[in-house]
Design a protein around this ligand. Structure first.
Ligand code: S3P
Length: 743
């Protein structure tokens, strides 16, 4: 189509109410069609449409409206569709696109099939999710669809070009267009729109009926007003909608009635635990929904969040800070707290998306969890056998730790479960946990190549095994130990090199004995966990960005408080010190079975080193930022034995090498590591983070020694492990700004 030519030559809007009128006005205002004609049975509405400039012309009959139009939009009540379709049928051009704006889609498709005998490729059902309390063409508003969703439900045989044109038309009106199946549309709308309207109508009617003078409403506060606003909607339209979307609405009413009954019984029986569980799960879901509201309703992942970091070169890093809680411990605190008997209170919990995914998954399995509020979480443990089957797949976002640890835990439950994740997680290897679990008797299906989603069959008896891990992985070890809690006999795991031992320590803290013998950890199944208090220290993996920042930037002096100093995690300090970093460890203490200290770090002249291989598992998450340290050091740094880096949230060897190259720093990539010659000039440039949080933060740190501005793409996932990174980085002296929305 030539540029500037409108998408449609002649659009007929049948039914000139609020939605039809607004659509006509938007099409005209944005010059999306050559001509917009309107038809309505109500001559007065048509006259207003012409007088207000909503339509170009009023058609005196349906025949005149439809004849010669290449787009016909039915904006009549859903119960009137079939009659109108029969009336326009003789005049509809065989190639004209036919769409509607009704709230129910199955009924529209049935009406079209009843009248035309088939669903032609030019029929594309639609539903703009927009409205107003006002009605009639007088209220038509060309801006009504701006920043609103429009759902199109084309059939498989729909003409692709027609779908694109209609999509273009709605986008031209300012809307965001989603496509989905007719059935899915009706299910989603039954749940999120139709049921709430039904409840609002019913509640207001019940209350009004109880008090004939309706005096009761005088005492109603804002909550009641908000909750029942939709009960003032058009009764005729809603009567239409419920009768048209009967099946889907009945299903969701039944579901709701059952849940309401459960609440009734809980109140009758004084069962506070159930009330608290349902309310806190709902509160969490509502808060999640509020965040989504500003983004993408009807889409549940983060794929549309776009965050870009912009860094100005130079600066030094100073101050006294505490980074957020340890990610590994936060995950484990929820898992063990949920399975314990009694109430576990957690302080310092990481409110990052990864650990929140774990928290939400346990809520989905019936565990009452209060918080998090400023890092405080209270978990009402359900005991080893108290988890309930989740209603759907458990979505674990970006978190490999959650998925691998859950697999062990769920393999031992009496119910089936399914684990899913975002694009990055969906590419990560899960065979490393599925294979040994199968050897214990678990039944687990993976997608091709051992990737997620994982389908775990419940009710399989597990037997303890001894497992020699081929890779040093704390996640695999932890997964097997968790499964081992439920297995018959002893489950033991030997690691080829020491990896983080938070699972072992925390199990002990919950009163579950873990036998340790050199490189082997074992548990005997059948025991129980007892609730305890957990104080999560600051995450050394998050502190690492600031350790490197203060080391490489001249004039820096920074104190990091309450950092977890578990010996299986301090590789980054060992490596940096070997490179000549000035890191003082102050106030060493032990809190809840984990060593903690304050760290004071000042700028230093770093030297390149051969990184000892035994440090690799102890610094596994810190290599991206250590590569930045290496680029700033004098001489050569060599890393070997780190092939695991290739299967993290991204291939961290290649992605870092590409990023460094974008800034003019050449490196040599090897299959299991990298060689970095320090001292090359770090220029400005654009970095592709591959949505990997640690890559984004590492290059933010690199700016301190860069000679030009750095732009880092796709940084939304920083929120998985380090919410508040940007503010803290700014506060200490890193010259960072963001573009886009960070949730
Ligand atoms: C983790 C273990 C490590 C680490 C991850 C957290 C854990 O993964 O990279 O960020 O909490 O157990 P691997 O076990 O795959 O090395």
């Amino acid at each position: 189509m030539a540029q500037g030519e409108p998408l449609f030559a002649r659009v007929a809007i049948i039914g000139l109410g609020l939605i039809g009128g607004s659509m006509a006005a938007a099409i005209r205002q944005n010059r999306l069609a050559g001509e917009v004609v309107g038809y309505d049975q109500r001559a007065d509405e048509l006259a207003v449409g012409v007088a207000n400039g909503v339509i170009d012309a009023a058609a005196p009959s349906l025949e005149q409206a439809v004849t010669g139009s290449d787009l016909v939009v039915l904006a009549v009540p859903v119960r009137a569709m079939r009659t109108v379709l029969a009336e326009i049928r003789p005049y509809l051009d065989a190639k004209a696109v036919l769409t509607d704006v009704g709230s129910t889609k199955t009924s529209f498709v049935q009406d079209v099939e009843a009248v035309f005998g088939e669903l032609s490729p030019h029929v594309i059902p639609g539903h703009p999710i927009a409205g107003s309390e006002k009605s009639g063409v007088a209220a038509a508003n060309p801006e009504l669809f701006v920043n609103h969703k429009v759902i199109l439900t084309p059939a498989d045989n729909a003409d692709g070009r027609d779908v694109e044109r209609l999509k273009g038309l709605w986008e031209g009106c300012g809307a965001t267009v989603l496509t989905m199946s007719v059935a899915y549309h009706d299910e989603v709308l039954a749940a999120t729109s139709h049921l709430p309207h039904l409840i609002a109508f019913s509640l207001v009617d019940t209350l009004a009926g109880e008090d004939e003078n309706m005096d009761i409403f005088r005492y109603a506060a804002g909550g009641f007003r908000d909750f029942t606003r939709i009960a003032a909607s058009d009764p005729v339209m809603w009567h239409d909608i419920f009768l048209s979307n009967r099946e889907a609405v009945l299903r969701v009413i039944d579901h709701f009635t059952k849940d309401l009954d459960q609440l009734r019984s809980a109140i009758a029986e004084g069962d506070g635990a159930t009330l608290l569980r349902v309310f806190s799960r709902a509160k969490a879901a509502r808060e999640h929904f509020s965040k989504m509201l500003s983004g993408q309703a009807y889409v549940t992942n983060n794929s549309n969040k776009q965050v870009t970091f912009h860094l100005q070169p130079g600066g030094s890093v100073r101050g006294d800070i505490r980074v957020p809680g340890d990610k590994s411990m936060s995950h484990r605190s929820i898992m063990l707290g949920a399975l314990a008997e009694g109430i576990t209170e957690v302080k310092g919990f990481l409110e990052g998306e990864d650990s929140l995914a774990t928290l939400q998954a346990f809520r989905d399995m019936g565990v009452t969890i209060e918080g998090p509020e400023n890092g405080f979480v209270r978990i009402h443990g359900v005991g080893m056998h108290g988890l309930q089957a989740p209603r759907g797949p458990l979505y674990l976002g970006n978190s490999g730790t959650a998925m691998r640890l859950f697999t062990g835990l769920l393999a031992a439950q009496p119910f089936d479960s399914e684990l899913t994740g975002d694009t990055s997680l969906s590419k990560r290897p899960m065979g490393r946990v599925a294979d040994p679990l199968r050897a214990m008797g678990a039944v687990i299906d993976t997608a091709e190549g051992g990737r997620p989603p994982l389908k775990i069959r419940g009710g399989q008896p597990l037997a303890g095994i001894h497992y020699e891990m081929p890779v040093a992985s704390a996640q695999v070890k932890s997964c097997l130990l968790l499964a081992g809690l439920y297995a018959d006999g002893v489950t033991s795991v030997t690691e080829p090199a020491p990896t983080r031992d938070h699972t072992e320590r925390m199990l002990e803290g919950f009163g579950y004995h873990v036998h340790r013998d050199g490189a082997t950890a074992s548990v005997t199944g059948g025991g129980k966990l007892t609730a305890c208090a957990i104080d999560v220290p600051a995450d050394i993996s998050s502190a690492a960005f600031f350790l490197v920042a203060a080391s490489i930037a001249e004039g820096s002096d920074l104190t990091l408080r309450h950092v977890g100093m578990n010996p299986t995690r301090v590789g980054v300090i060992n490596i940096l010190r070997r490179m000549g970093a000035d890191i003082e460890v102050l106030e060493e203490r032990e809190i809840g079975g984990e060593p903690v200290a304050d760290l004071r770090v000042r700028s230093a002249h770093l030297k390149g080193i051969d990184i000892p291989e035994d440090q690799v598992p102890l610094a596994i998450d810190e290599f991206p930022v250590l590569f930045i340290a290496a680029a700033c050091a004098e001489g050569r740094t060599i890393l070997r034995g780190a092939e695991e880096l290739r299967v993290k949230e991204s291939d961290r060897i290649q992605v870092m090498a590409d990023g460094l190259a974008a800034l003019g720093v050449e490196t040599t990539v090897t299959p299991d590591g990298i060689i970095i010659d320090g001292g090359q000039e770090i220029g400005g440039g654009t970095i592709e983070s591959h949505e990997d949080h640690r890559i984004s933060m590492s290059f933010a740190v690199a700016s301190l020694r860069a000679s030009g501005p750095i732009r880092i793409n796709d940084c939304a996932n920083v929120a998985t492990s380090f919410p508040g990174f940007v503010e803290l980085a700014k506060q200490t002296g890193i010259r960072i700004t963001t573009e886009g929305s960070e949730s």
